[in-house]
Design a protein around this ligand. Structure first.
Ligand code: GLU
Length: 492
């Protein structure tokens, strides 16, 4: 029995304010961008309303659910800064409660056993198709007599359990994003299966719509915020709430995320899971920032570059679009580069150092490392870009075509020889900007060439190419290992 809340105005207000939302991922794959965005909207809403954000792992598909995916989901959310309250609910552990609810639906006449075989159902669907009708269960076993039921049981048939959906029923709700929504019972595919096939004296495995209603109600969820691909499920779930006499939560259906061709973002688009974005070198801050913008329009006067912890105050479903959101790599890349450029050298180095170590690259000192990231940071878009850009500071570079051409110029050899002689007189570890400039000026004068030629020759000898960050700073970093001397000596 549902406990009715007495109609005391202030009490109703307090209850209305208790926001409890949840993310209910199925651990049948890694944390998908769409699920993470749903998590973010739930989290932002809970934060804004001073509510609670919960997790429920929907692992009832035992064959496809995996522990490693649960871990991937937890790790991904934590990485994004989306923390949850209370211990996550594991759906499969509540199977007995789900079955009890199904039994009560049967005993109250809201649900029944359907013995139609798969081949009979296929035949029914084929016939509907040939008439140009949408496939729909024709409710053929809704009113079996006890004799008919016994006959099916004696014939060894195993039934599913179906929940009655009246064709005449009109279901409506006020969606926080989409406004007033209305569905007709006749468009829901006929009486819905709520438990899989099992012997008639038992209850088979409970199915999605039933368990979601049972769990959302048990968890006292006030607002169900999920993707718009669940709209038809919401209509079905409202019927279950009504039959079970449970409080119906408020619903908000978030827009889908589409690829650049306007199709639903899928595995075919390459990366879709949060752990893959992380592996590519996207920062958690840029990802969370970008995902919030996938569907939510920033109020006027607010910058699109933000930390999610800063915007919960202004987040509202009023600014979430009904239209699908297009995934825009350029914008994500721009945000990621912004985040990287805003990082202190210490933080950027903390992000890069594990990647350096994976390559067997070790920093001679923290200061050297920070100087290195100060040098390469401004041109980085992804964290991983730092690895490519740092490589010539740790490993001998290949000679590229432009570098080779430069070193073939006859004055180059003479310039490099002069520079090497000068360097031998200087202390590598303390090589300074002034000393570098002085060596360049002396070489320019002594070899009677343009300064540009000197600079290019040094760069080609040190880095194998004519492109790269500030030459003097790069040279100073390289001198720390006397690598500048070693590399120059290869070309004279
Ligand atoms: N397990 C469902 C999914 O991952 C949850 C849907 C819901 O939020 O109710 O799509």
């Amino acid at each position: 029995m549902r406990v009715r809340i007495p109609s005391v105005p202030y009490l109703n207000r307090i209850i209305a304010l208790t926001v409890r939302v949840r993310l209910a991922p199925s651990p049948t794959g890694t944390l998908h961008l769409g699920t993470a965005r749903t998590a973010l909207f739930n989290w932002l809403f809970a934060k804004k309303e001073g509510g609670t954000f919960l997790l429920r792992i929907e692992d009832t598909d035992i064959e496809r659910s995996k522990e490693e995916y649960i871990k991937n989901i937890y790790d991904g959310l934590q990485w994004l800064g989306i923390n949850w309250n209370e211990t996550p609910i594991i759906q499969s552990k509540r199977i007995n409660e789900h079955k009890t609810i199904i039994k009560s639906l049967i005993s109250k006449g809201f649900a029944y056993r359907c013995y139609a075989s798969e081949s009979e159902l296929n035949e029914m669907r084929e016939e509907q198709k040939s008439k140009g009708l949408a496939p729909k269960y024709d409710n053929r076993h809704r009113n079996l007599t006890p004799e008919q039921e016994s006959e099916f049981i004696n014939a060894g048939r195993e039934p599913v359990i179906r929940f009655k959906i009246s064709d005449q029923k009109i279901i409506s709700w006020n969606d926080l994003i989409r406004g007033k929504m209305t569905w007709s019972g006749k468009d829901l595919g006929g009486d819905m299966v709520i438990a899989r096939r099992a012997p008639a004296n038992s209850i088979g495995d409970p199915l999605y719509n039933l368990v979601v209603v049972a769990d959302d109600s048990a968890m006292k969820i006030s607002h169900v915020i999920r993707g718009e691909d669940h709209i038809a499920n919401t209509a079905k779930q409202i019927l279950l709430y009504e039959a079970l006499d449970l409080n119906i939560p408020v619903f908000a259906h978030t827009p889908l995320i589409l690829n650049s061709e306007g199709k639903k973002l899928s595995k075919r688009d390459g990366v879709t899971s949060i752990s893959e974005f992380k592996k590519m070198g996207y920062t958690s801050e840029a990802m969370a920032n970008y995902m919030t913008l996938l569907g939510w329009s920033v109020p006027e006067g607010i910058n699109e570059r933000f930390k999610i912890s800063e915007i919960s105050e202004i987040f509202s479903f009023k600014k979430v679009n009904k239209a699908s959101a297009k995934f825009d790599w350029d914008k994500l890349n721009w945000l990621n580069s912004q985040v990287i450029h805003e990082m202190s050298a210490e933080t950027l180095l903390k992000n890069l150092d594990p990647l350096f170590k994976e390559n067997g690259w070790y920093l001679p000192s923290q200061e050297w490392g920070e100087n290195l990231v100060d040098l390469i940071g401004p041109s980085m878009v992804l964290i991983n870009d730092g690895v490519n850009q740092a490589k010539p500071f740790f490993e001998e570079p290949e000679l590229s075509n432009d570098g080779k051409k430069q070193l073939e110029i006859k004055e180059s050899k003479e310039i490099l020889k002069f520079i090497l002689d000068k360097l031998e007189t200087l202390e590598a570890a303390a090589f300074s900007k002034e000393e570098a400039l002085d060596v360049i000026n002396q070489a320019t004068k002594n070899c009677k060439v343009k300064k540009g030629l000197v600079m290019k020759s040094i760069r080609a000898a040190l880095f194998g190419t004519l492109n790269g960050p500030d030459l003097i700073q790069s040279w100073i970093l390289l001198s720390r290992f006397s690598k500048d001397r070693i590399r120059i000596s290869r070309f004279i």
